[in-house]
Design a protein around this ligand. Structure first.
Ligand SMILES: Cc1cc2nc3c(=O)[nH]c(=O)nc-3n(C[C@H](O)[C@H](O)[C@H](O)COP(=O)(O)OP(=O)(O)OC[C@H]3O[C@@H](n4cnc5c(N)ncnc54)[C@H](O)[C@@H]3O)c2cc1C
Length: 419
């Protein structure tokens, strides 16, 4: 990778205050009142690990993937699902993991969420057999990388009407098609892929398959996504790939159900990453503007600086409460078969994802302007956050699609009124 880092021009006195340890200390002030004692212990241990083991190894000239095995050693590739002897897991723990990791390295967290949650969750929820066990072991250890293939060149938001085909050839399946924007795709060892046996009936014929890199007929080509240079996003081609039957995660028609139920977990994990980015940039701005002086005063003494920062903090506190609520609700979707509740939760996670991702982008943009030129350099993590926030707003479904899901749900409530 071409070297993209530059010289350090951050004032030494500010630099010694703008440490990750201090950012976590302020972050914890806001988060600890919202979480349990066990969650607090998990968070503090995680933050310590990230400061000692990950931060010194973050190199903006290298891709994020070399950090995966280090996260994996402590079971930090994901915390949504129970694995091995892990005791602390669930959506709230996953959200804490996403927030704390994003604070240290937002690009790393983006790639981690795709491999550890968006790829692995379908295997945890629907996979069976030795292959699934082996793949999960490899991915959760951080030694291998997973990705998800839904979006196609001509079918993005309208994902259901996908053109990728899967033919049942009795002893195996035959997969043909092109997927695009596959995060981690060009470095991935494993792919969760969706395709249909009848393009005219995608809901009834959608499959969900686990595809392995070594299968013949797979080609990945990196796309030029300039906002996240340390994460590989690809075009993924499947040219008559033979997939063994034991690699079916969702059989014909079940793939559709799995795709949509999986999106709730996906959105929740992204909420955690977005909130992490938002806290990182808001706290960075708070510390910086309290110590940077202009016209003989700290920037924060000017109300034109402190009021906008305060406004962003109040919005972020509200969004964080909502994020945790969404994570708590997620657990209920796993327990309750009540369709009404599942529908409510899908809309709730969409609305919260819309809000958190949009806010992360806005906070990063505003704090960059409020801190000034230094926030455009790699001496701070604000510019990096701004770029990752952009991606988080589209990944897992564009802004309008989240709003579309909420609007449909609230209209149904009106429709069901009795007159
Ligand atoms: C960096 C990056 C990483 C990604 N990672 C992955 C991945 O790992 N796996 C994967 O499968 N996909 C991935 N995606 C794809 C992402 O989910 C899609 O880009 C997204 O779903 C939108 O699809 P589209 O880009 O085709 O836009 P389109 O669907 O063409 O939408 C364009 C615009 O029109 C709006 N729009 C579309 N339909 C409607 C409607 N009915 N009402 C109102 N507005 C509408 C959209 O909101 C959007 O603003 C990634 C995308 C990016 C950019």
């Amino acid at each position: 990778m071409k070297k993209i880092t530059g010289v350090d021009i951050l004032d030494d006195k500010i630099k010694e205050r703008l440490t990750t340890r201090n950012i976590y200390e302020i972050f914890n002030n806001f988060i600890i009142p919202l979480i349990s004692k066990e969650e607090q212990e998990f968070l503090e241990e995680l933050e310590d690990f990230l400061i000692k083991e990950i931060e010194p190894r973050v190199n903006l000239n290298n891709e994020v993937y070399e950090l995966f095995p280090i996260l994996g050693k402590k079971n930090y590739i994901q915390r949504l699902n129970q694995f091995g002897d892990m005791e602390r897991y669930g959506m709230r723990y996953e959200m804490l993991l996403a927030m704390a990791t994003s604070i240290v390295d937002p690009e790393l967290d983006l790639a981690r969420v795709v491999s550890g949650v968006i790829f692995a969750n379908p295997l945890f929820r629907h996979g069976k057999g030795d292959i699934i066990e082996k793949v999960l072991r490899e991915v959760i250890s951080g030694e291998k990388i997973g990705c998800i293939c839904i979006t196609e060149r001509h079918h993005g938001s309208d994902a259901v009407n996908m053109q990728t085909t899967i033919k049942n050839e009795n002893d195996h399946l035959l997969l043909d098609g092109e997927k695009v924007y596959t995060t981690n795709g060009s470095v991935a060892d494993y792919f969760v892929v969706y395709g249909v046996s009848n393009r005219n009936n995608p809901r009834g014929t959608m499959y969900q398959l686990l595809v392995e890199r070594e299968f013949e007929g797979i080609e990945t080509n990196r796309l030029g996504i300039q906002s996240i240079p340390r994460v590989e996003v690809s075009q993924t081609l499947f040219n008559s790939v033979k997939v063994p039957r034991e690699n079916i995660i969702g059989d014909e028609g079940i793939g559709y159900r799995n795709l949509f139920s999986g999106l709730v977990a996906e959105r929740n994990a992204i909420i955690g990453s977005s909130l992490g980015i938002a806290w990182l940039t808001a706290i960075t701005a708070l510390i910086y503007t309290n110590f940077r002086t202009q016209f003989g005063k700290p920037l924060y003494d000017f109300q034109g600086v402190s009021f906008p920062i305060t406004k962003l903090f109040t919005e972020l506190m509200a969004a964080t409460e909502l994020g945790f609520k969404s994570a708590t609700e997620y657990k209920k979707t796993l327990k309750y078969e009540d369709q009404k509740f599942v529908k409510y939760n899908a809309a709730f996670s969409s609305g919260t994802k819309f809000l958190a991702a949009n806010l992360a982008h806005r906070i990063s943009y505003e704090t960059q302007q409020l801190c000034g030129g230094i926030a455009f350099t790699d001496n701070m993590r604000i510019d990096k956050s701004l770029e990752v926030a952009k991606v988080q707003e589209i990944i897992g479904g564009a802004r309008n699609i989240q709003l579309y899901l909420v609007s449909k749900d609230i209209r149904d409530i009106v429709k069901n009124l009795t007159f």
